[in-house]
Design a protein around this ligand. Structure first.
Ligand code: HEC
Length: 131
């Protein structure tokens, strides 16, 4: 077998191993989700008067999201571990909530997070909303 072929096989092997590790390690709020929210949300959901009392700034978001009901839809939890459709946070970021606007809001309306980030938020909820 040529050296080049061996190199290709080794590279593929490493990629498969990396994927397997990723599949086994559940997503975590601190590592995977918080960086998205700090970047896209904390300018409104942070500071002295976070919108709807929801503080998504560094170190604050996990407790607010997992311990509070939605203010807009008070029968719903913001995050119901294992159940995106039952999580008001998911309805807001997937733009399917009936109240208010889709998140993140902008000056001129709303935009959606990039699909990979939406997938991360959804999978984090499905996997049990780990810290
Ligand atoms: C430009 C300001 C702004 C940005 C950026 C923003 N939000 Fe909001 N958010 C609001 C406002 C204002 C409301 C209440 C009105 C509404 O729902 O449109 C709200 C409401 C919410 C609610 C409902 C809270 C409740 O208790 O019912 C959630 C959940 C939420 N935002 C999540 C997010 C997430 C996650 C992001 C980032 C991906 C984000 N928001 C970005 C301003 C913002």
């Amino acid at each position: 077998m040529a050296r080049k072929d061996l190199l290709v096989i080794a590279t593929i092997g490493a990629a498969v191993a990396a994927l397997a590790v990723r599949a086994q390690t559940p997503l975590s709020y601190a590592k995977d989700v918080e960086p998205i929210f700090v970047k896209a949300c904390a300018n409104c959901h942070g500071g002295d008067n976070p919108k709807k009392g929801l503080d998504l700034s560094s170190g604050k978001g996990y407790a607010d999201l997992t311990q509070h009901k939605s203010q807009e839809s008070p029968l719903m939890a913001l995050v119901k571990p294992g159940d995106p459709a039952g999580s008001y946070l998911w309805l807001k970021v997937s733009h399917t909530a009936l109240e208010g606007r889709g998140m993140p809001r902008t000056l001129f309306g709303s935009k959606k997070l990039p699909q990979t980030e939406l997938d991360t938020v959804r999978d984090w909820i499905i996997q049990g909303a780990n810290p």
